[in-house]
Design a protein around this ligand. Structure first.
Ligand SMILES: NC(=O)c1ccc[n+]([C@@H]2O[C@H](COP(=O)([O-])OP(=O)(O)OC[C@H]3O[C@@H](n4cnc5c(N)ncnc54)[C@H](O)[C@@H]3O)[C@@H](O)[C@H]2O)c1
Length: 340
């Protein structure tokens, strides 16, 4: 069965391509390489023995999207990762985010709506919950006003899909709300490759550990958490990739209860910034240079998932520990730097 993976050369997309190919799917990747490179194809081949079909295409180009779907009329499913994801940049350049994250989604849904039956998985985020009132966060927790245009694109994206599913019987969709993806493939052939200063904690830590960054700033140690630092739910990227394959199979096998469903994808466990730092120190045997600085305005204090729905309805569960995921991130960092 042929599956389109948009953004398939990116961090989460590339790991999902690997899991799909391991399960025997034929994968077509669309990516414009705005935040990735074609070299990722070599990593995927090294792991799976197979290079996916690749089309370098910008999904903002509506005509190219239409043309692609005409040429690939036999797609069994689409997993849509392609998006811009830097929260700070989205505040500076909102229209870029609305065009790239909403425009591309609309073009793809339009094509899928032309089919009698189509299956669609969307990359959403726990950012839709903002600072949730109760922990752990279930899928029924209210969606809060978005703090950034990026967060807004995930909320609007979900609404656009839900509205379209209501009036398009053959369209089946699942939105996966990721908590905090981290780590790299255990082979260290693919991983996270942030451009410039990493936005996420784990690549910032590994880059500091290897000496590219001087120091990690820990924003606030007086929050109402166990050690005073902010708490998140770190999900290993390979576990997350597998959740996509399971969600896709649910649709392909007609097991979905509704034609639009939402699942949290996390571990269900909260880890503080200092827990993550200590995990790095354990797996690398290095002391991390960090300092506590003032809180950042707008930062969420605590967010971790209730994964009951994903566990029981989807039949997916995270398997890897924080230390295992951290080790993969550290192995990857060392490999990337040894090449450069
Ligand atoms: N990484 C996270 O922390 C996180 C958390 C929650 C949700 N998400 C969402 O998951 C998805 C994947 O995230 P990621 O971390 O793998 O990001 P990423 O930047 O590594 O991957 C996205 C890929 O999409 C490509 N792309 C972007 N715009 C495109 C366009 N117009 N046409 C074709 N390709 C395009 C990029 O080149 C990149 O390879 C995104 O939708 C993101 O918002 C990520």
């Amino acid at each position: 069965m042929k599956i389109l993976v948009t953004g398939g050369l990116g961090f989460i997309g590339s790991h999902t391509v690997v899991e799909l190919q391991n399960e025997g799917f034929e994968v077509v990747v669309i990516d414009d390489c705005s935040n990735s490179s074609e070299e990722v194809l070599e990593g995927i081949k090294a792991i799976t023995g197979k290079t996916p079909i690749f089309e370098k295409l910008d999904l903002k180009e509506k005509n190219d999207v239409e043309d692609f779907f005409q040429r690939h009329h036999d797609l069994a499913g689409v997993i849509h990762f392609a998006a811009s994801k830097a929260v700070g940049e989205s505040v500076e350049r909102p229209l870029l985010y609305y065009e790239n994250n909403i425009g591309t989604l609309v073009y793809i849904l339009k094509e899928l709506s032309k089919k009698n039956r189509s299956n669609f998985i969307f990359s959403s985020s726990c950012t839709v919950y903002g600072q949730a009132d109760e922990m752990p966060i279930t899928e029924n927790a209210p969606v809060k006003t978005a703090e950034s245009p990026y967060g807004n694109t995930k909320q609007m994206g979900e609404e656009i899909i839900a509205d379209t599913c209501k009036v398009t019987e053959g369209l089946n969709a699942i939105a996966l709300r990721y908590f905090n993806p981290m780590g790299a493939h255990p082979s260290a052939e693919i991983g996270e490759l942030p451009l410039g200063v990493p936005q996420n904690l784990v690549p910032f830590i590994t880059q500091t550990g290897i000496g590219i960054r001087e120091q990690l700033s820990v924003y606030g140690d007086n929050y109402p958490t166990e050690d005073g630092t902010a708490v998140r739910d770190y999900i290993y990227v390979v576990d997350l990739a597998k959740a996509h394959v399971i969600a896709l199979k649910r649709l392909l096998e007609n097991k979905n209860e509704d034609n639009y469903e939402v699942f949290n994808v996390g571990t269900g466990k909260g880890s503080s910034v200092l827990d993550v730092v200590q995990s790095f120190e354990r797996v690398s045997g290095k002391k991390l240079n960090y300092k506590i600085v003032d809180r950042r305005v707008g930062d969420i204090v605590t967010a971790y998932a209730d994964t009951t729905k994903a566990n029981e309805v989807l039949g997916w569960k995270s398997e890897y520990t924080l230390d295992e995921a951290m080790k993969s991130a550290w192995d990857w960092e060392q490999k990337v730097r040894s090449k450069s």
